[in-house]
Design a protein around this ligand. Structure first.
Ligand SMILES: *Cc1c(COP(=O)(O)O)cnc(C)c1O
Length: 352
């Protein structure tokens, strides 16, 4: 605390990202990164990049990336927004759409950055509990609101809901924005991008960090009605004209071109996920049904925090949240088969 801090920042509780250890040789299953490298073409693009171009500013519109995303999703470029990671895209969306004075509806258990943005932008949050199976029930999202946000698949549960459920919500909630955060959609859920032409209040966010292995590049995007995209552009251009650097624009654009690699790595993670879920079940864990690149699991006889510490001592990092209701769960990112078999081996020597 310092007297130089503005009053508004004194009470902030910032988001705590998972640990990024400085030492190597850890099995890192704590921040939902992809265990596989980005598409091979990305390496070529970076290697061949003409560094003399770096004296220039990048394209403020990142047009080539927007165009690539528009073609990939079969929509118009005017329906595409890009930003410095989807965290930034979400922050800009909160600023642009969620400050009408009524509360923002969100799941009680979800990506914890949402409440941080509420805090930062002075937005009231109405947190709706998950049902007994840790699922989002959109029928509960009926009160007056400034907007609605949820992740699908949800974090950190990994559980997905159907497009029918989302469409039912959109038919009922027509006067405020519905933001669907699809950071993990490529690992087994259906994208609500299919609905943006019908629902002008639907915004869908994606990231290149998880399914496209580009967390280090910081690229996120959003899809919706051109008027929504124009709103995001207004806020973006009132804050930072150049959120994406040249290498990020080039790498992300290239990664969209290799569909075979993308599908292969996503399917590999899904199949590892199913195998690890079975093995954890056999060890007595309760594993929530995941459509993401992580699993959320608890054990009736072992304290989650102690398990996390035990694994840490074995150089295996997993994520534990202290929040009531989920503090007996571990969130385990799906790594390579070799990494996951080390995890299972370590657990087998501990759990009897
Ligand atoms: C990882 C994640 C993000 C942020 O992704 P970036 O593009 O890396 O900023 C957003 N939402 C959810 C639910 C996530 O898990």
């Amino acid at each position: 605390m310092s007297k130089f801090w503005s009053p508004a920042i004194r009470s902030l509780v910032p988001y705590t990202p998972g640990e990024q250890p400085k030492v190597l040789n850890l099995i890192k299953l704590n921040t939902n990164e992809n265990p596989y490298p980005p598409a091979p073409g990305v390496t070529d693009v970076i290697r061949e990049f003409d560094t003399s171009r770096l004296r220039l500013y990048p394209d403020p519109d990142a047009s080539i990336l927007k165009q690539g995303l528009a073609e990939y999703h079969n929509i118009d470029k005017s329906q595409v927004f890009v930003g410095n990671g989807s965290d930034e895209v979400l922050a800009l969306a909160f600023m642009a759409f969620f400050r009408h004075g009524t509360p923002l509806l969100m799941p009680e258990t979800t990506y914890s950055f949402y409440e941080v943005y509420c805090d930062l932008f002075n937005i009231d949050a109405d947190k709706i509990p998950l049902n007994a199976n840790f699922e989002i029930n959109l029928d509960d999202y009926t009160s007056e609101n400034t907007g609605i946000i949820f992740a699908n698949p949800n974090a950190p549960t990994g559980i997905a809901i159907t497009l029918d459920e989302i469409e039912t919500l959109l038919k009922r909630n027509t006067e405020t924005l519905v933001l669907v955060d699809e950071a993990y959609v490529d690992f087994g859920a259906n994208s609500a991008i299919a609905l943006i032409n019908q629902y002008p209040n639907l915004l869908v966010s994606h990231t290149f960090s998880k399914s496209r292995s580009l967390a280090g590049m910081r690229v996120g995007c959003a899809f919706g009605h051109p008027d929504l995209i124009a709103g995001l552009e207004r806020v973006k251009n009132s804050f930072n004209s150049y959120p994406l650097d040249m290498l990020a624009i080039a790498s992300a654009t290239e990664s969209l071109k290799d569909e075979t690699y993308f599908q292969t790595t996503c399917r590999r993670i899904q199949s590892t996920r199913e195998q690890v879920s079975n093995e954890l079940n056999n060890l007595g864990f309760n594993v929530l049904p995941s459509a993401a690149n992580f699993i959320f699991a608890s054990h009736p006889n072992y304290d989650a925090k102690e398990l996390m510490q035990y694994l840490r001592d074995k150089n295996i990092l997993v994520r534990h949240f202290t929040r009531a209701g989920i503090d007996q769960f571990l969130r385990i990112t799906i790594g390579t088969d070799a990494e996951m078999s080390e995890l299972i081996t370590a657990l087998k020597t501990h759990i009897h």
